[in-house]
Design a protein. Structure first.
Length: 457
């Protein structure tokens, strides 16, 4: 059993990288192809983003103008297996995008004796580089264990963070991983829950975890969700499809041509510099979508009382996830450097959200306020609708694949077209829902709303 499949990537030839950087213009950050004579030709088949694009799309320039860059903040990344190249790859990423800044403090820590596994290396690179992309001056610790094959190892890693490592109040932890709740034993859940509770309540650590990449089903025969995202002590991060400077408009349900090339009618995405739109993440072509749904392990926690009726109106009752969301698609993915090449990656929401809240912890410290700690207790008290980019249902293009309305996985049919799978998904709606939570935090508006709630407590 794998705790999570990574490597949702598209390789970008290193020689074509400069085309993605030109003017930091998101409409030009597209996968390059090469003509037979070696000249570069841009294509809009797959869209991608640089750090500067994402910073603008999420209004982070307002934070940086306030001096909020993550200075003084420690962000811990939890990942599986040992990794030999992360530091060098982070250095390449830093030099490409932040040449005028100092390299961040970075260390790699292994818990136990994890094996080396190439299948996770690209995911580790993305997690590390995109924490740096959002909080460029934060210190980064990469803590790894044999998590992919031993769920007990996840407990060992969290135990290290909570009880053994030198992590002070205000530490932010990104866990861009998880497994279906039923894959954990009762004893494993109890052990990890005890550690998370201590980390949040006693040590002031804030934990984030991914809701997963495989929709409402996770390829099971019924709706399932990931743990540790379903823990009440963890803020669960769902995924969106960010369209910034372009619009997705599929006119075919068939992603690939007979030649195995991507079908431009399916991947149609005209430039539109005025667009800033987020939809629920559900990519039919890759059979991936944001996780989300209702826990079978945990009751609705007290902090979710404001949304309990929404949960109860579905097919079950329990802790609902996600709590919030961020861009995570592959079409509209982020650039990262791994194994000598640049690539477009999906599944990068959790480290970015963790880094975003690292910026907020820096602000709180400078204002003499307490650190965030248990974010969920504050999150569900925010009433300012301007604090979030609410993710609404929308259909784009002229075909079924353009429905961005839920997290029901698509699947391929024998003729090469796509259709919904058998397990129903959860709908995205106005306000909080079981696909994108409250939506994505809206820069300074979110900061102000959070500070107001924390000040009133």
């Amino acid at each position: 059993m794998n705790i999570k499949v990574r490597n949702i990537i598209l390789i970008v030839n290193l020689l074509g990288l400069s085309a993605c950087f030109e003017d930091n213009n998101q409409s030009r950050c597209t996968a390059p192809t090469y003509n037979s004579d070696g000249t570069l030709e841009q294509t809009n088949i797959i869209r991608c983003y640089t750090p500067q694009d994402i910073q603008k799309a999420y209004q982070l320039d307002e934070f940086y103008n306030m001096g909020l860059t993550g200075a003084g903040v420690k962000i811990v990344i939890v990942d599986a297996y040992a990794n030999r190249t992360t530091a060098e790859e982070l250095s390449v990423f830093h030099d490409a995008f932040f040449p005028n800044r100092d390299m961040p403090d970075f260390q790699s820590i292994t818990v136990g004796d994890p094996e080396y596994n190439t299948s996770w290396e690209s995911g580790v690179a993305v997690d590390t580089q995109w924490v740096h992309a959002i909080a460029p001056d934060a210190s980064i610790d990469l803590v790894m264990g044999q998590i992919d094959t031993s769920l007990d190892s996840l407990a060992d890693v969290i135990n290290y963070i909570v009880n053994e490592g030198d992590y002070a109040e205000g530490t932010i932890v990104s866990m861009n991983l998880g497994a279906i709740e039923s894959h954990y034993s009762e004893d494993q859940i109890k052990t990890i829950e005890t550690l998370l509770e201590k980390g949040v309540m006693d040590k002031g650590i804030t934990f984030f975890a991914s809701t997963g990449d495989y929709g409402s089903s996770n390829y099971e025969d019924e709706p399932t969700i990931y743990y540790p995202a379903s823990s009440a002590y963890v803020t669960a991060v769902g995924g969106t499809l960010l369209q910034y400077g372009w619009s997705w408009y599929p006119t075919s349900n068939t992603p690939y041509l007979d030649s195995d090339d991507k079908n431009p009618d399916y991947f149609n995405s005209p430039d539109n510099p005025s667009v800033r739109l987020e939809t629920v993440w559900n990519e039919a072509w890759a059979e991936i979508a944001t996780g989300g749904g209702i826990s079978t392990l945990f009751d609705i926690p007290d902090f979710q009382a404001p949304v309990a009726e929404i949960i109860d109106n579905n097919t079950a009752t329990g802790r609902g996830i996600p709590d919030l969301a961020w861009s995570s698609s592959v079409n509209g993915g982020v650039l990262a450097y791994y194994d000598g090449s640049w690539a477009i990656h999906g599944d990068a929401a959790t480290p970015q959200v963790a880094a975003f809240f690292g910026l907020i912890n820096q602000y709180l410290a400078e204002q003499g306020m307490d650190y965030i700690g248990h974010l969920n207790t504050w999150l569900y008290q925010i009433e300012d609708k301007n604090a979030f980019n609410d993710i609404l249902p929308i259909t784009q293009g002229t075909v079924l694949a353009g429905q961005q309305v839920n997290n029901q996985l698509f699947e391929y049919l024998n003729d090469g077209s796509v259709a919904y799978g058998d397990v129903l998904g959860y709908s995205t709606t106005a306000g909080w829902d079981l696909t994108t939570g409250f939506g994505s935090p809206r820069g300074k508006d979110f900061l102000e709303a959070l500070v107001k709630v924390m000040s009133e407590d």
